[in-house]
Design a protein. Structure first.
Length: 76
């Protein structure tokens, strides 16, 4: 038991030095960078969805509706 008690201060000092090193580390990604990336993804996604909506509403759906009506109004 005494051997373990003598080793505790050394382990605490080692853990303290590791904690100090981790907390003083300034490399990595900041919160602002992450927020800007998320905002860009949302804006680009909204633009893509808006473009698809306009494409389907203005071009694809009227043509599709017309073709379906022509298929069922066949008088041959």
């Amino acid at each position: 038991m005494k051997k373990w008690m003598k080793a505790v201060p050394k382990k605490l000092a080692h853990m303290g030095s590791i904690a100090k090193r981790v907390l003083s580390n300034r490399s990595g990604e900041g919160f602002v960078d992450t927020a800007v990336k998320i905002l860009m993804a949302v804006v680009i996604g909204a633009l893509v969805l808006g473009g698809l909506y306009l494409l389907f509403e203005g071009t694809i759906l009227p043509t599709l509706t017309q073709r379906i009506k022509e298929m069922f109004d066949y008088k041959g």
